[in-house]
Design a protein around this ligand. Sequence first.
Ligand SMILES: [Zn+2]
Length: 355
Amino acid sequence: MTPKERLAAYAAGEEVDRIPTTLSAGETAPPLYGYKIRDWYFSSDIMFDVESRLAADFGADNMGVGLGLRALVEALGTRLEYPEKGVSYVVEPKFKSFAEVDGAELVDVDKDGRLPIIIESFEKLMDVYGDIRTFGTGLAGPLTTAGQLIDTEVFLRGMIKDRDGVHKLMQYATDNVVKCARDIHKRLGIGLMLSEPMASSDLLSLRQFKQFYKPYLEQAVRRMNEFQGSTAIHICGHTRDRWDLVVGSGVSGFWVDNLEDIGELKELYGQQVSLTGNVPPVAVLLEGSPEDVRKAVLDCLRKAADSPRGYTLCPGCTTPVGTSRENLDAFMDAAWEYGRGARKGCLPRGLQELG
Ligand SMILES: [Zn+2]
């Protein structure tokens, strides 16, 4: 089956040759092919080459260049640094104070930051792989966007001292996330998922989550669903105390971090959302042996492959820079072996036959 056929059949409840499997490796994969990440960021040709070679070498089901956590805020005016090695980081946020949010312009995907380069890479990829692959991308959600448009300290302090300011910034971030997603969807016809590393309980209390994030998550999902039908989310870190709120926001899928138990998530919310995850990226994919990778894949499939609304095998977060080819091969081999003969709501035949 081509990835396109596999994902369509699986979504329709049919048995497929292998459990849907994605590698969250776009931004971190260039070194595997001799490219500097810094060069990848600014070249649609390098993006095209990396995606093509990932597809040829590993054959995961996803294809597409992600906006990552920072492409949108950069497009809006936050200044980034692109180090010689490693991924970009924020050096100067767009806003110094909440007052500056008034009258700030919304993003233009045709000219701002690296967004035109990313769109161009999709056009090149779709020309070649449009018939056989399903494309998608993701971007930082409202909270992670807001948190990089202003100094993080100012943002968090504002939750205590300037609530109106925080709400104003959250609305501006939400409007930009939705506009960016809508305009990219309009150009390319692809769906976009949200990433929210700032929404975990490691960074945001449950009270803050309810007050400053939940309304904007719900709004973003509702507005994005208007053009793309469904919207999934990834949150890095601990989220157990807010699963009901995340799922209740209307998301269609939850890619949970490996710090949480995907088996427990399935028991509680597998009827409501599709699940993705959650092979440990650092301890297993980066630092483990191929045998460790196989065991972790087996463990994830045993826990979640029979989730009622479907399951996608994937690392629990971004695949780390420096992950070996051997471990990525082991990941895909185990997906084929244990995840063979998969159907939504059932354990794959590959697992059943293990006993
Ligand atoms: Zn993550």
